[in-house]
Design a protein around this ligand. Structure first.
Ligand SMILES: Nc1nc2c(ncn2[C@@H]2O[C@H](COP(=O)(O)OP(=O)(O)OP(=O)(O)O)[C@@H](O)[C@H]2O)c(=O)[nH]1
Ligand SMILES: [Mg+2]
Length: 673
C-alpha cells in the first residue's frame, strides 16, 4: 500500500460558479485520469455526472475524486458552492486535511467563499486558494489578491504563482520562488513574496532563521518542511492562480499539492467526538468517518468513508460505533464520479466507497476493533425552508415517511416532521432547489408523489386582560341526565399556563377537578380567535355545582370548556405570531434592496456590519413573511446573498392583520356548522 506520506487529501470548495468542477476536471486531465477535458456547459465532466447536475449546469452533490501526481496519490472532493447544497460541502470539509478554495478572478470574494472559509475556521482546517477565471474579461488578479489579503490576512495569504498576461492574453503563470524566467514587470511583486516565503520558512525554525540571516541558501527539503508547518497551522495560505478551462497554472497547482499540502502523516492526529485526539498510523486500529452515502442504481447503497487511521481491508469485519452494528467490508471502491475501481486496502487519508453495508449512514464511525471513540461528528445546518405536504395518492403517508426517513439518513439537512400545533406534515430543507430535488427523488426512486403547499403559520392566542366564565352543562335525556357547572377566572400569566383549584366547600368535588383541568387544557389547543394554541394564561376555578347522580367527568369537561371560552372572550384575547431572528449576508451593492424589502416585510433591523468584505444584516422578521425568502433573496441578489434564520419569540400580530386572520377562521367555522 501507498506510504502515508505520499497521500494528499483535500476538499475543493468555494462560491458557486467559481470553477471548482472545471478545476477538478483539469486536474484529472492533467494527471492522465481522463484523455479529454470535459466542461460543465457540455455536460461531460467527471464530477457533475448526474442528470440533475447536468440540467442545472452546477454541482449539487459532493463528488469524491482521485488521481496520481509525481508519485503522490490525491484524494479530493469537488463540492457544490450553491448555499442550498451546503450540507454536502460541510460534510466534505470534515473528511479533508486541507481546503482548496477556488475564488473567481472576476468577482473576487463572494458569499460562498466566506461561507466555506468560516466553516474551515471552525474546523481549524488549513487552506490554500486558487484564483480562477483569469482568462476572462474583467478579471483582475491584483484586485482579487488585494481583496483576499484585506479580508483573510495580508501576511497570511501569500501568492505562490502569478499570472503572466491577463484576460484574453493570459499565457501562463510563474512560480514566485521556483521560476527563474520571471517577466520584468512582475519582478518586484515576485521578489516581495519570495522574501516573505523565505522569512516564513526561517521563522518556523530558529536554526533555519540564523542560517538564512547569515545569507545561506536553504535546501528544497528545508523550504518544504518550513512551509508545511506554517500552512498546517493556518498561518500561511498559499495562493495559486490560473485558468481551469485553459489549463493554465494547473501543473503548478498540482506540484503545490505535492510539496505544500500536508499528508495524513504530517497532520499526525485526528479528533474524536469526545475531544480525544489519536495519533495516525497505518498499523493502528482502523477508524473512518462516513461523510456521504448515496444510492447507486447498480450497486445499491454506497457509503463513502474517509479513513483517518489504520487500514481497512476487504473481507474484514468492522463495527459501526454509532449504530452498534457489525458490518462486513464486502468491496471497497475508489471513485472518480461514476467510474469505480475496486481496491483491497484503504489506509489513512484515502477516501473509498463501501458497498452493501447493512445499517450504516452518513455521520457514522466505522472501526476495526478496540476503538470506543466516535469520530468528530459533522454538524449539519438547520433547514431554512419548509413545505407542508400530503401525498398525491391517498393513504401513502407511511410510504412517504419511510422514503423520507431513508433520504434524511444520507442528507441530514432534510427534515421531516408533523407540526405539533398545525398538525401538518412538513418537509424542511435548505431552499426550493434542495427541496425540489428531494421531491423529485421521492417520485423517481421511491414512487411517491407529494403535493406541497406553504405551511400554516403556528399562530398562538393569549389574553391581555382578565375574564370570568360561568357555564352550566345540563341535559336530560331519557334515564339519567348530565349536569355540571363551572365558574372560573382567567388572567394573563407571562410564565405559561397555570391552573389552580380554589373551590371551597366541595361545590365541585375533588375527584372532578382533574376533568375540569382537562377540559380547559383541551380548549387551549384550539383557541376561540383563530383555533390556535392558547398560551400564558392563569386559570382559577373558584366555584361550581354538581349533582350526586347526573354529574360525570364528561359533564365537567364540557362545562369547563364552556366557562373557559366565555372567559377568554372577556379577557381581551390577541393573536401572536412567531418572529424569526434572521442573518443575511450580501455584497454591499444589495444593501438598499435588502433593507427596503425587510421593511416591507414588517422586519426590524437590529444591526448591520461589514464582515469579511461583505455586509451582514441582522433582523427580526415575522415568520409568515419569510416563507419564500430563500427564493426571494436569490432573485434580489442574483444568487450572491445567503441567509440563516431561527425562531426567536412570539409577538402580537398587528390589529389589522389579526382581524383578517380571525375573520378567515370564523368563516371556516361557520362553513363547518
Ligand atoms: N473562462 C473561463 N471559464 C471557466 C473557468 N473555469 C470554469 N469556467 C466556466 O464557469 C462556469 C462555472 O464553472 P463550474 O466549474 O461549474 O463552477 P463550480 O464552482 O463547480 O460551480 P458550482 O458547482 O455551482 O459550485 C462553467 O461554465 C465553466 O465552463 C475558467 O478558468 N475560465
Ligand atoms: Mg461544480
Amino acid at each position: 500500500m501507498k506510504d502515508v506520506k505520499k497521500i494528499r487529501n483535500f476538499v475543493v470548495a468555494g462560491h458557486s460558479g467559481s470553477g471548482k468542477t472545471t478545476l477538478c476536471e483539469a486536474m484529472l486531465f492533467k494527471s492522465g485520469v481522463i484523455g479529454r477535458q470535459g466542461s460543465v456547459p457540455q455536460k461531460n465532466t467527471v464530477s457533475d455526472y448526474t442528470a440533475d447536475e447536468q440540467d442545472r449546469q452546477g454541482s449539487i452533490y459532493a463528488t469524491p475524486l482521485n488521481c496520481n501526481w509525481n508519485d503522490c496519490e490525491f484524494y479530493f472532493i469537488d463540492t457544490p458552492g450553491y448555499g442550498e447544497f451546503i450540507g454536502e460541502t460541510s460534510a466534505s470539509l470534515y473528511a479533508a486535511d486541507i481546503m482548496l478554495m477556488v475564488v473567481d478572478g472576476v468577482n473576487g470574494i463572494e458569499v460562498g467563499s466566506n461561507r466555506v472559509w468560516n466553516l474551515a475556521n471552525k474546523l481549524n482546517l488549513p487552506r490554500c486558494i486558487f484564483i480562477n477565471n483569469l482568462d476572462r474579461e474583467r478579471s483582475d488578479y491584483y484586485r482579487v489578491i488585494e481583496q483576499i489579503q484585506e479580508v483573510y490576512g495580508k501576511t497570511r495569504c501569500i501568492p505562490f504563482t502569478v499570472p503572466v498576461g491577463k484576460e484574453n492574453s493570459l499565457s501562463k503563470v510563474v512560480h514566485v520562488f521556483r521560476d527563474a524566467d520571471v517577466p520584468q514587470d512582475l519582478e518586484a511583486f515576485v521578489m516581495k513574496y519570495r522574501e516573505h516565503i523565505m522569512d516564513t520558512i526561517a521563522e518556523s525554525d530558529e536554526e533555519l532563521m540564523t542560517r538564512y540571516l547569515d545569507g545561506e541558501e536553504l535546501t528544497e527539503a528545508e523550504i518544504s518542511a518550513g512551509l508545511h508547518q506554517a500552512i498546517q497551522d493556518g498561518a500561511m495560505v498559499p495562493v495559486f492562480a490560473g485558468s481551469a478551462i485553459k489549463d493554465i497554472g494547473i501543473g503548478k497547482l498540482l506540484n503545490g499539492v505535492v510539496n505544500l499540502f500536508p499528508s495524513p502523516a504530517d497532520v499526525g492526529k485526528f479528533s474524536q467526538e469526545d475531544g480525544t485526539e489519536t495519533a495516525i498510523s497505518p498499523d493502528a486500529p482502523a477508524e473512518a468517518l462516513v461523510f456521504k452515502s448515496l444510492i447507486d442504481p447498480f450497486v445499491g447503497q454506497l457509503n463513502f468513508i474517509r479513513v483517518f487511521n489504520g487500514t481497512f481491508r476487504t473481507d474484514q469485519e468492522v463495527t459501526n460505533l454509532t449504530t452498534g452494528t457489525k458490518e462486513k467490508i464486502v468491496a471497497m471502491l475508489t471513485m472518480n464520479g461514476k467510474t469505480q475501481k475496486p481496491v483491497t486496502e484503504a489506509g489513512p487519508g484515502m477516501m473509498v466507497a463501501l458497498t452493501k453495508l447493512k445499517n450504516t449512514h452518513t455521520n457514522n464511525t466505522l472501526a476495526s476493533g478496540g476503538e470506543e471513540h466516535e469520530m468528530r461528528k459533522i454538524k449539519f445546518p438547520a433547514p431554512v425552508m419548509y413545505y407542508a405536504f400530503t401525498t398525491a395518492k391517498r393513504g401513502e403517508e407511511d410510504k412517504a415517511a419511510a422514503a423520507l426517513h431513508k433520504l434524511t439518513e444520507s442528507d441530514p439537512t432534510i427534515e421531516f416532521k408533523r407540526h405539533e400545533e398545525t398538525h401538518e406534515l412538513l418537509l424542511g430543507g435548505m431552499g426550493d432547489q434542495h427541496l425540489g430535488n428531494v421531491i423529485r427523488k421521492l417520485k423517481e426512486v421511491y414512487k411517491v408523489e407529494l403535493v406541497t403547499s406553504t405551511p400554516k403559520i403556528p399562530y398562538r392566542e393569549t389574553i391581555t386582560g382578565k375574564g370570568e366564565g360561568h357555564y352550566r352543562h345540563k341535559k336530560q335525556t331519557g334515564g339519567h341526565g348530565q349536569f355540571a357547572e363551572v365558574h372560573l377566572r382567567i388572567a394573563a400569566n407571562p410564565d405559561g399556563f397555570e391552573f389552580s383549584n380554589d373551590v371551597v366547600g366541595g361545590n365541585i368535588p375533588r375527584n372532578f377537578i382533574p376533568a375540569v383541568e382537562k377540559g380547559i387544557a383541551e380548549s387551549m389547543v384550539n383557541g376561540p380567535l383563530a383555533g390556535c394554541k392558547v398560551e400564558n394564561v392563569k386559570v382559577s376555578v373558584y366555584d361550581g355545582k354538581y349533582h350526586p347522580v347526573d354529574s360525570s367527568e364528561m359533564a365537567f369537561k364540557i362545562a369547563a370548556r364552556g366557562a373557559f371560552k366565555e372567559a377568554m372572550h372577556q379577557a381581551k384575547p390577541i393573536l401572536l405570531e412567531p418572529v424569526m431572528e434572521v442573518k443575511i449576508v450580501v455584497p454591499d451593492e444589495f444593501m438598499g434592496d435588502i433593507t427596503g424589502d425587510l421593511n416591507h416585510k414588517r422586519g426590524r433591523i437590529m444591526g448591520m456590519e461589514a464582515e469579511e468584505g461583505l455586509q451582514v444584516i441582522r433582523a427580526e422578521v415575522p415568520q409568515t413573511e419569510m416563507a419564500k425568502y430563500a427564493t426571494e433573496l436569490r432573485s434580489m441578489t442574483q444568487g450572491r446573498g445567503s441567509f440563516e434564520m431561527e425562531f426567536n419569540r412570539y409577538e402580537a400580530v398587528p390589529p389589522a392583520l389579526a382581524a383578517e386572520l380571525i375573520a378567515k377562521f370564523q368563516a371556516t367555522q361557520e362553513e363547518d356548522e
